[in-house]
Ligand binder design. Structure first.
Ligand code: MTE
Length: 300
């Protein structure tokens, strides 16, 4: 498994965008010289420029704060994210309430530049900071018999103006198969561009599964349950024929109302050319084995 890179960045570091981009050029140069990285490293460093801080933090989906793209940036400041704790329960050796600050002390925070592909056919490239979900699950000790991981977002109506509207069945919930959850590409993101993750992006901790459509990346998580059966997911409950449990990025399987064969990169301007969507969002080499023998039209 080719890792992007590790660095010494911590949660509290602040990297201005300009310094950040400089460092990336150095890293890209190293990749060019064959000093680090595998296929994706080279791809991410050479041909994919990350979106700007503004694109990433002003154009969001976080329905607890409203359904328009600009609503989360306008409303999420109301969310209290400190103190924050997360309940880990179900089939684990050490169930309980885990304090976010304590989790951060135990984790190695890395930086990963991932493609992000929303089901609505727009995309971005985002430099996340975070840790592997596997490391958190190992902290709790996954038991034999656990087959899926269920996630739940905070539900706090007094700080979330959007939950007055029954657009989704609150709280927002998501799920992964255990092997997807343990995959090294699956991370808990706690930062962007070396800064703390903004509230509209899912502070203090949100899931990122880069080969799946964006809605699988559940935000502001307060509960993780290790379970035996496939857990319900918010968008599947809302419109099951459009949003399946797997939701892998797949240019060959269209959404019932639009094509998934191409995407528009946010920030490219109104007339930006659509670019082809890649199988598993470009992570095919790493994740295709998880789905060997599965009919991806049936398990969409
Ligand atoms: N998580 C919660 N709790 N509520 C949401 O409405 N929206 C999802 C996902 N996670 C959502 C959520 C959708 S549809 C997408 S595309 C991504 O968050 C968007 O992430 P971003 O706003 O950070 O780009």
């Amino acid at each position: 498994m080719a890792r992007r890179w590790k660095n010494t960045l911590t949660h509290d570091d602040v990297t201005p965008e300009s310094v950040y981009l400089n460092r990336r050029q150095i890293i890209a140069g190293m990749a060019g010289l064959g000093m680090i990285g595998g296929t994706n490293m080279a791809q991410a460093s050479t041909d994919l420029e990350p979106n700007s801080w503004e694109d990433i933090t002003q154009y969001n989906n976080f329905y607890e704060f409203g359904t328009r793209k600009e609503d989360p940036a306008a409303n999420a400041h109301q969310l209290t994210t400190s103190p924050w704790s997360i309940e880990i329960d179900g089939l684990v050796d050490r169930p309980g309430t885990y304090d976010f600050a304590e989790i951060m002390k135990a984790m190695t925070v890395e930086e990963r530049i991932y493609r992000f592909r929303c089901v609505e056919a727009w995309s971005m490239v985002i430099p996340w900071n975070g840790f592997e979900l596997k490391d958190l699950l190992d902290l709790a000790g996954v038991q034999e018999g656990a087959k899926y991981v269920a996630f739940e977002t905070l539900l706090r109506p007094e700080e979330m103006p959007g939950v007055r509207f029954p657009v989704l069945d609150w709280p927002y919930v998501e799920g992964l198969r255990l092997d997807e959850a343990m995959h090294p590409l699956t991370i808990m993101a706690t930062g962007i561009y070396g800064r703390d993750i903004p509230k509209q992006n899912g502070a203090p901790m949100r899931l990122v599964v880069p080969w799946k459509y964006g809605f699988k990346s559940i935000k502001s998580i307060v509960r993780i349950s290790l379970v035996e059966d496939e857990p319900p997911t918010s968008w599947n409950k809302a419109i099951g024929q459009e949003y399946g449990f797997y939701s892998n990025v797949n240019p060959e399987v269209d959404h019932p109302r639009w094509s998934q064969a191409s995407e528009r990169r946010v920030g490219g301007g109104l007339f930006a050319r659509r670019i082809p969507t890649l199988m598993f969002n470009g992570y095919e080499e790493e994740v295709a084995p998880l789905y060997a023998g599965m009919d991806l039209r049936k398990f969409y």
